[in-house]
Design a protein around this ligand. Structure first.
Ligand code: PLP
Length: 490
């Protein structure tokens, strides 16, 4: 790689004695360590780059431009709902009264924050058709785990302790079986039909007194609406098990249909998907879990309640679950979601799903003569191509994804779901303009043309990203985690 001055690592720019800030004398004095136990004191000074402020600012600003984000461009990452996060949400989350609130502030001094929490909890209950939500879990998978623990606690409370199995469709997100395993439950897979929906006939023999729950995503990870939900929920309830709704994909349904009305007992919502908080690289997230009437007492501690006089309280009960997070979860993410819901209002929220669905179907229909449709049906907010129709070019889904980066678009989700060999899972969101979506379609068509006429371009992509195609295996087997490693290896 040809490195310019600004590609240098921050340690290479270090200059002995150079300072970017002045540390107040009291902190810097030797006395300040006097109260620290000797065992905790650092023996050698910490190795830090010694640089001036402009160098630090330029270093991080330049680094940030090597990255791709929703604020940089279209990010059609299927299953992840990478929607634009309106800036008003950031303003609300950074109000000093909210962002500077100490987690241990007594309820009497945190009425505004508790009201915000309670309001969001009530709105999610309304949106999901549930009786009560706990906003405490930190992510979708954490919400699943909490929900499954609620289900276990419910069966235990009924003395129904032999129920140790969860039924999960083969199209499910990987977190579903993982959360079940963490909750101490066994997983049984139910197959999908060629049309992408759960095979109800295959489900029947799997049911019985050992089943604790069935988990479903609707629309499923193929973006297909599971039209036989009423029948499935009846069968599962008849065998004494509960229905769990993985609501990470709530985007197309929000304001249109409610999992509670479909017969689901427990659900989670990903605030960092449907409710606009930006996410990626592991955070930040929030996975509120909701329950139908009769299951509220199994929700984790603490819960926020509104008293008759309109004030709010934090309550801790002897719930079987105890608590699942520090205090009330990821409060800044909750505030962004509340701001998003309030700024859209009832009417705005009801337009989200239909617009996202329209965008997905528009892209699907505009590309179906070049890309192979795994399941050829009207989709909801996302859909899956099984690579190019013309497989003779040798161009794979990975190559297409890399070539999109050359053209300024983030790649869709690739090689998931596992139902197809060359999955390319595309999810536009309602926040994208028609012009952006048309530009994406043009690039996808151009990549199909290149694949046929000049495949080298696609096979060698990306050609103009700051970092070309990294060797992912070598990076995992032999990670370079210090700047000396990087310098030694170029
Ligand atoms: C994203 C997603 C999850 C997991 O959510 P995390 O916040 O990443 O833990 C679960 N199920 C589905 C369908 C998802 O799309």
């Amino acid at each position: 790689m040809n490195r310019t001055f600004y590609d240098k690592l921050i340690f290479e720019l270090s200059h002995k004695g150079r300072k970017g800030c002045r540390v107040p004398a009291a902190v810097a004095s030797d006395d300040s360590t006097a109260s620290l136990p000797a065992a905790l004191r650092r023996e050698k000074p910490l190795l830090l780059p010694e640089v001036d402020e402009p160098t630090v600012v330029r270093h991080y600003t330049n680094l940030s431009t090597n990255n791709f984000g929703v604020d940089t461009g279209f990010y059609p990452l299927g299953s992840c709902t990478m929607k634009y996060n309106p800036k008003i949400n950031e303003e609300m989350a950074s109000l000093p009264g909210m962002s500077a609130l100490h987690p241990a502030t007594p309820a009497s001094h945190a009425q505004g924050a508790l009201k915000a929490y309670w309001t969001l909890q009530s709105m999610l209950s309304e949106i999901g058709g549930m009786s009560e939500f706990s906003l405490n879990p930190f992510a979708g998978a954490h919400g699943e785990l909490t929900g499954l623990m609620v289900i276990r606690a419910y069966h235990d409370a009924n003395g129904d302790t032999a129920r140790d199995t969860v039924i999960i469709p083969d199209s499910a997100h990987g977190t579903n079986p993982a959360s079940s395993a963490v909750a101490g439950l066994k997983v049984v897979e139910v197959k999908s039909l060629p049309d992408g929906t759960v095979d109800v006939e295959a489900l029947k023999p799997l049911l019985g007194p050992h089943v604790a729950a069935m988990m479903m995503t609707n629309p499923n990870t193929l973006g297909i609406f599971e039209s036989r939900i009423p029948e499935i929920t009846r069968m599962v309830h008849d065998c004494g098990a509960l229905m769990y709704y993985d609501g990470a994909n709530l985007n197309p349904l929000v304001g249109v249909a409610r999992p509670g009305d479909m017969g689901f007992d427990v659900m989670h919502i990903n605030l960092h998907k449907t409710f606009s908080t930006p996410h990626g690289g592991g955070g930040p997230g929030s996975g509120p879990v909701g329950v139908r009437k009769g299951l509220e007492q199994f929700l984790p501690n603490p819960r926020v309640v509104r008293n008759d006089d309109g004030t709010f309280d934090l309550v801790t009960t002897d719930t079987a679950l105890g608590s699942v997070s520090a205090t009330l979860g990821n409060f800044a993410v909750q505030l962004r979601a509340l701001s998003y819901i309030l700024s859209l209002g009832h009417e705005g929220l009801a337009e989200v799903g239909p617009m996202a669905t329209l965008a997905a179907n528009y892209i699907k229909e505009s590309l179906r003569d070049k890309y192979l449709l795994g399941v050829d049906r009207v989709c909801k907010h996302e859909f899956v191509f099984d690579g190019l129709i013309d497989k003779s070019t040798g161009v794979t889904t990975l190559n297409i994804a890399k070539r999109l980066l050359d053209n300024g678009f983030h790649a869709p989700t690739i090689y998931f779901p596992l139902l197809f060999h060359e999955s390319l899972m595309i999810e536009p969101t309602e926040t994208e303009s028609l012009e952006t979506i048309d530009a994406f379609i043009d690039v996808m068509r151009e990549i199909a043309r290149e694949a046929a006429e000049e495949p080298e371009k696609v096979l060698n992509a990306p050609l103009n990203t700051p970092i070309r195609k990294p060797d992912e295996t070598a990076a995992a087997l032999n990670p370079k985690v210090t700047y000396q490693d990087l310098l030694a290896n170029g």
